[in-house]
Design a protein around this ligand. Structure first.
Ligand SMILES: [Mg+2]
Length: 452
């Protein structure tokens, strides 16, 4: 882009293909994703400002294809290098519109898939930079912002039929009432979470039972079980989990898109005697009317989806169709904070609770900020709202989430909690980082031995 005027600029867009060998532990295993290597297509925006702040962002993938995701981030570089940093931080919405509106790259979506996730990584990095420069954690940066400015950050195109800028302004103005009190409560008590760690499909019944009991002892009031591979196994696992936690704890189940509509209904009904709280991703995230049909058939079991919902337009239709009881935003699948503001506003307008998807690499770190903003300055409630928690890979971040007594502590450090430790980046960059290079050397030696 053309460089004019004074002031700091974006000088570099550095990308990293970071992969963790999680498939070796069966952490993260579910009915559709038996062997994920949790990965991040990671981006750092650097500036020539004297403050030295960088904007960090990423999108989450599960291994193969993370290089494709990184290539998509790199395709956005011409929109970034040379961009004035002050203007970018004062108005990340213009960057978001420029990226989604790129007249050639748009063909690869529009506003969905690899290119849109890349935009999400870059837009989130811009918000990380803006919040760091403001000296605030992102949730507070958003909660302190004027409603008019927040509205200016939202792209109402394709959703204005159900949510206009005026509607959004009304919601945000109302949402501000009492925010000081809620901020104090948030800082004192945190935000409720639930844990998926007990329920991975690869765990034995013994491990499931032990981890479910530990989760309750740790203060969680909701856990989640992966289901959908084998019905007899799921009935047995659900019975074990219910016996472990007792009747007062919510157990959500998650099929990770495994079923057709009829199967989803039958399977959910077969688990109903164990009182599942919600059925998550029963079928394709694109099947809006299918979710509506499942929801009618399995009530009072709630229907939840969103971690693979590609943009605000599909969320709009899920809400319009009465297809979901629980809306699951993901910080790194849609086009970043700006689009998630639109989705939070849509959910608020329809009165549907948002229970974010998290886990993966760094998704807990990111999405907690969006829920905390929602509580402090939009919906004003945590009732029936919980943020997913998975207890791995946090040690790779400089400002990892803190979960105590089943609740997320409000982060204090400025930014979006997206910054990964440099030594973790050096170790797990694929394929040249020290972990993967050593792994390849071992494999090569074994192959040589076998050939002798
Ligand atoms: Mg899920």
């Amino acid at each position: 882009m053309t460089v004019t005027g004074a002031g700091p600029r974006i000088t570099a867009v550095d990308t990293y293909d970071i992969r963790f060998p999680t498939s070796r532990e069966l952490d993260g295993s579910d009915a559709m994703n038996p062997d994920p290597d949790y990965s991040a297509a990671y981006v750092v925006l650097r500036t020539d400002a004297a403050d030295g702040h960088e904007g960090h962002g990423f999108t989450f993938t599960i291994g193969r294809g993370n290089d494709v995701q990184v290539a998509a981030v790199e395709a956005l570089r011409p929109h970034l290098v040379g961009r004035p940093a002050d203007a970018l931080c004062a108005d990340p919405g213009t960057l978001a519109r420029d990226l989604t509106g790129d007249s050639q790259l748009r063909w690869l979506g529009p506003e969905k898939g690899v290119m849109h996730m890349a935009i999400g990584a870059v837009v989130n990095a811009a918000w990380d930079l803006a919040a760091k420069r403001a000296g605030k954690p992102l949730w507070k940066f958003l909660a302190d912002a004027e409603p008019e400015w927040l509205v200016s950050q939202v792209d109402f195109r394709y959703i204005a039929d159900v949510l206009s800028a005026e509607d959004a302004l009304g919601l945000l103005r109302r949402g501000r009432g009492g925010r000081g009190e809620r901020e104090a409560l948030l800082r004192a008590d945190g935000y409720p979470g639930y844990t998926t760690s007990p329920g991975w499909l690869g765990h034995s019944d013994e491990k499931l039972t032990r981890l479910a009991r530990e989760a309750v002892a740790d203060g969680f009031t909701q856990i989640k079980l992966k289901v959908g591979a084998d019905l007899a196994d799921d009935v047995r696992r659900m019975r074990a989990a219910r016996a472990a936690v007792g009747p007062g704890i919510r157990i959500a189940v998650d099929a990770n898109q495994r079923w057709n509509i009829g199967e989803a209904v039958e399977w959910t009904r077969a688990l109903a005697e164990f009182d599942p709280y919600w059925i998550e991703e029963p079928t394709s995230p694109d099947d809006i009317l299918g979710h509506a049909e499942i929801r009618r058939a399995v009530a009072p079991v709630r229907v939840a989806t969103g971690e693979h919902v590609q943009n605000r337009i599909v969320f709009k239709q899920l809400l319009q169709a009465g297809a979901v009881d629980v809306l699951q935003i993901d910080a790194a699948r849609v086009g970043g904070v700006n689009e998630n503001l639109a989705i939070l506003l849509l959910a608020a307008a329809f009165g549907v609770p948002v229970c974010p998807h998290a886990g993966g690499v760094g998704l807990c770190e990111l999405v907690q900020h969006l829920s905390m903003f929602d509580y402090v300055a939009l919906t004003g409630t945590t009732e029936n709202r919980v943020i997913e928690y998975v207890d791995h890979l946090h040690e790779h971040f400089t400002d990892p989430v803190v979960v105590r007594g089943g609740r997320y502590a409000a982060p204090d450090a400025p930014g979006f909690s997206a910054t990964m430790r440099p030594e973790s980046i050096a170790e797990f960059t694929y394929p040249g980082g020290s972990f993967w290079a050593a792994d390849a050397a071992v494999a090569a030696a074994a192959a040589e031995e076998a050939a002798v």
